[in-house]
Design a protein around this ligand. Structure first.
Ligand code: PRT
Ligand code: ZN
Length: 228
């Protein structure tokens, strides 16, 4: 008998930079999924797996509280959320596999005409970012007087708006920095997509499916690496 509770739940980004590769990975592991555009939950018809399509920021929380068993997320979001929640003693997830896509870096950038030599040049400056905890952790070692201004989007326009002297944002090609006349000066974190697992997988039948999925993904990544 099919027990709904034995189906594993995988949280992926609904729409964004992680979505396509996340789906491709599961499909390449033989899991049949046909998510419709607006569908938030999608059931596989050949594997006891349900796909939850959510905002990437919600994935660490869904994994931590056990609402989902697996998630695919950028390490940038994972680390920022962990620092934000100060989760030192509680295990909120297990990293199963680094997936090698959505590669980017979190960097400090300044306007091209800023006389930057090293981080001390940012003393008494303001840095705008959507990653205040990662930035704060990085800056801690320098003991400088730098103000972190938190913005949820359009960080790259902060210097032009006069609300910060520098920014700390994700960079992949560098085109956005270039378009905004900014220069990357410090990389503080390197990110990629990872497969994470909830620490709450108690049901033994789910564990069998979960081990199978993990092995499939690891195997796929291994063969892919050998081929490339
Ligand atoms: O709606 P939802 O909350 O789910 O999506 P989102 O808007 O928060 O995320 P999305 O889809 O933009 O990014 C999802 C994840 O992709 C990020 O958390 C990173 O792990 C990863 N990723 C990889 C990136 C980039 N590359 C990236 N370049 N995320 C964002 N960017 C942005 C960056 O913020 C900047 O605005 O792209 C711009 C810079 O790109 P370049 O190529 O011009 O340097
Ligand atoms: Zn997001």
């Amino acid at each position: 008998m099919v027990n709904e509770n034995n189906r594993i739940r995988v949280a992926v980004q609904k729409s964004g930079r992680l979505s396509e590769e996340s789906l491709r990975l599961l499909t390449n592991c033989g899991i049949r999924l046909r998510p419709q555009k607006e569908e938030l939950i999608c059931q596989s018809d050949n594997f006891p797996l349900d796909l939850l399509r959510v905002r990437d920021d919600d994935i660490p929380g869904l994994i931590a509280d056990g609402s989902c068993d697996f998630g695919i997320i950028g390490t940038n979001v994972l680390q920022e959320k962990s620092l934000q929640n100060g989760e030192k003693s509680r295990i909120t997830h297990e990293i199963i596999e680094y997936l090698g896509f959505a590669l980017c870096r979190l960097s400090i950038s300044v306007p091209k005409n800023f006389p930057y030599q090293d981080i001390r040049c940012l003393e008494k400056c303001r840095i705008a970012t959507s990653y205040p905890h990662l930035l704060s952790l990085f800056l801690k070692q320098y003991k400088l007087n730098i103000k972190i201004t938190t913005l949820t989007g359009s960080v790259e326009i902060a210097p032009r708006l006069g609300i910060a002297e520098g920014i700390c944002d994700l960079v992949s090609t560098g085109a956005t920095l270039e378009a905004n006349n900014l220069r990357e000066v410090e990389t503080i974190f390197k990110s990629q997509a990872v497969l994470i697992k909830s620490p709450n997988l108690l049901n033994p039948e789910k564990k069998i499916v979960s081990d199978f999925l993990q092995n499939k993904i690891k195997q796929f990544k291994k063969t892919n690496k050998t081929m490339s």
